[in-house]
Design a protein around this ligand. Structure first.
Ligand SMILES: O=C(CO)COP(=O)(O)O
Length: 237
């Protein structure tokens, strides 16, 4: 891993959590103190309702944003609102949003909105199981990157094969290595590349050891601070 690319261990809480929830980022500090993790960054992306109530020594992010600054968009949240509530990052183009209708063009516009607001977009890409079975995985991901990534300097790519999300099926280290090497060749040396899809404490070390894996985007295993910390501890120093 080039020296400049710090590991980023990111939890996407999806639609889980509330103000009285027992899992709190402040507990993360007690389990894995920042003094012991100066070599990496930890990010939690809670539901937008919780962002402003959290300020606990980890980076915070949104899970999606609208492309506009404000306006008549019922139910949406702008990148500026996420920034205002304490976010540093925002996930865009998650497959669960793409399944809900987000196109590559939408993702491109959302990533530009993130930059406009001073947030770092985490741009998600990944193939479906049938695309992988058809030998199309690298092509699909490369086309998603071409169409979804705007001309901005500071962004993160998260490779999340759709078939590995929430299924317990993790891509093998060889599959992840091959895909991340292809993405690295496409985006250059400066972009952090995260792997996501059933990352757990038990498989984190083998995935995070890969040369072009600079961190993880974690769903289920990121809801508990103990398991998130165990994954973070598996990142190379
Ligand atoms: O979608 C994901 C993170 O954004 C991955 O979810 P799981 O870790 O639950 O498979």
């Amino acid at each position: 891993m080039p020296q400049t690319l710090r590991p980023l261990i990111a939890a996407n809480w999806k639609m889980h959590g509330g103000l009285s929830w027992t899992s709190k980022p402040s507990d993360f500090e007690a389990i894995y103190p920042s003094s012991e993790r100066r070599h990496l960054d930890v990010l939690i992306c809670p539901p937008a309702t919780l962002l402003a109530s959290m300020n606990d020594g980890v980076f915070l992010g949104g899970q999606d944003c609208h492309a506009a600054v404000s306006g008549a968009h019922t139910g949406d949240v702008s990148a500026e609102m996420l920034k205002d509530a304490g976010a540093t990052y925002v996930i865009v183009g998650h497959s669960e949003r793409r399944a809900g209708g987000d196109t590559d063009e939408d993702v491109h516009a959302k990533a530009e909105a993130a930059k406009r607001a001073g947030l770092i977009p985490i741009i998600c890409v990944g193939e479906t199981e049938s695309q992988r079975d058809a030998g199309q995985a690298e092509h699909v991901v490369s086309e998603q990157i071409k169409a979804s990534v705007p001309d901005i300097a500071n962004y993160v790519i998260a490779y999340e094969p759709v078939w590995a999300i929430g299924t317990g099926k993790t891509a093998t280290p060889d599959d992840v290595d091959e895909m991340h090497n292809a993405i690295r060749a496409q985006v250059g040396p400066d972009v952090q590349l995260l792997y996501g899809g059933s990352v757990k404490p038990a498989n984190a070390e083998s995935l995070l050891a890969l040369k072009n894996v600079n961190g993880a985007l974690i769903g289920g295993a990121g809801l508990e601070m103990e398991s998130l910390a165990a994954i973070a501890r598996a990142a190379p120093k």
